[in-house]
Design a binder for this molecule. Structure first.
Ligand SMILES: Nc1ncnc2c1ncn2[C@@H]1O[C@H](COP(=O)(O)OP(=O)(O)OP(=O)(O)O)[C@@H](O)[C@H]1O
Ligand SMILES: [Mg+2]
Length: 300
């Protein structure tokens, strides 16, 4: 099924008793890095568990590389880094990887080379013989990422891959994710770290209490911005005219802020202020960061 998207979810709803962990999630990821973004408890881990077949959706369905969730055919081509995991503390890192080589069905003759390759990718080349119990949190997370990358899977699901990492580790993981994209793998990245998502993702969905509140390419999501307008003589009618373009706010210095305005709307907003009799001294558009957009969406 060459034409099947790497990841397809269709109207997935997952309830746990009265809690709606996911509500009508639909998405298609054909290529690149997809960021699934949301606050604690939003439903991110639930989404990954459904994609893996670890939990059944209450309704809805979908496929990974054209294969049903949780089928052997799908799982063979997926790498997965769980959110909370613990490897046997008495095993050496190489032994953990060997165990997963076996689980992944990699030919025994290739294990040693594959383990060397993975240890180098995740920055543990000199710690392969160390026992997991002696690893720091960040080193364990690197090892977990290594397990997800064994055997070059086509789809990689990462549930908060950098939560335990220092800035260098985060940078390393970004590089690993970029390398995955370059070799054509599709990455599904759960995160609540907005700058991280902003730096590596091609497209994103923002989820809040189970519901997707925005979805699209990063460029789509950041098409809006805010603009500071300094004007005098702005009447009530003038303000009302401006409020049609976005959310109004008064800055401490007396300027007016319009948040969530589209770039193309700025000249019209200024024209409407002028038409209402105001005198406009300055118009300063400001790029909206993903964080600002995120907070605005969750605030609504
Ligand atoms: N096995 C379960 N039984 C009951 N409720 C669950 C179960 N798993 C998840 N939930 C609930 O579903 C909701 C979504 O949880 P989920 O773990 O998907 O959130 P998350 O976005 O991954 O959060 P975090 O950022 O904290 O990891 C929460 O309200 C959670 O309590
Ligand atoms: Mg989670």
């Amino acid at each position: 099924m060459a034409s099947a998207p790497a990841i397809r979810a269709e109207h997935i709803t997952k309830r746990y008793g009265r809690i709606v962990a996911l509500s009508d999630l639909s998405l298609d990821v054909a290529s690149g890095v997809f960021g699934f973004l949301g606050p604690n408890g939003a439903g991110k881990t639930t989404a990954i568990k459904v994609l893996l077949g670890l939990t059944r959706p209450t309704s809805g369905g979908g496929a990974i590389l054209g294969e049903g969730f949780g089928t052997k055919a799908a799982l063979r081509r997926i790498g997965y880094l769980p959110e909370l995991f613990r490897y046997q503390s008495w095993l050496a890192a190489r032994e953990v990887l060997a165990l997963h080589c076996e689980l992944a069905g990699i030919e025994r003759a290739r294990w040693s080379a594959e383990i060397d390759r993975i240890l180098a990718i995740v920055g543990l080349a000199d710690r392969g013989a160390s026992r997991v119990g002696t690893f720091s949190k960040g080193m364990q997370q690197r090892l977990g990422l290594g397990v997800a990358l064994l055997g070059d899977p086509q789809v990689v699901l990462l549930d908060e891959p950098t939560s335990a990492l220092d800035p260098v580790g985060r940078h390393d993981v970004r590089e690993i994710i970029r390398a995955l994209r370059e070799r054509g793998a599709v990455v599904f990245l759960n995160s609540h770290l907005l700058t991280e998502v902003e730096q590596v993702c091609d497209s994103v969905a923002i989820v809040d209490r189970g519901k997707v509140v925005a979805q699209g390419t990063l460029a789509d999501l950041l098409r809006t911005s805010s603009v500071r307008i300094r004007a005098s003589g702005l009447t009530r009618e003038g303000r009302a005219a401006l409020a049609r373009f976005g959310e109004l706010d008064d800055a401490a210095d007396g300027a007016i802020l319009i948040r969530g305005i589209e770039m193309e709307g700025i000249p019209d907003a200024v024209a409407s202020a002028v038409a209402s009799g105001a005198r406009v001294y300055a118009v300063e558009p400001q790029h909206e960061s993903l964080e600002e957009r995120f907070l605005r969406l969750l605030g609504q």
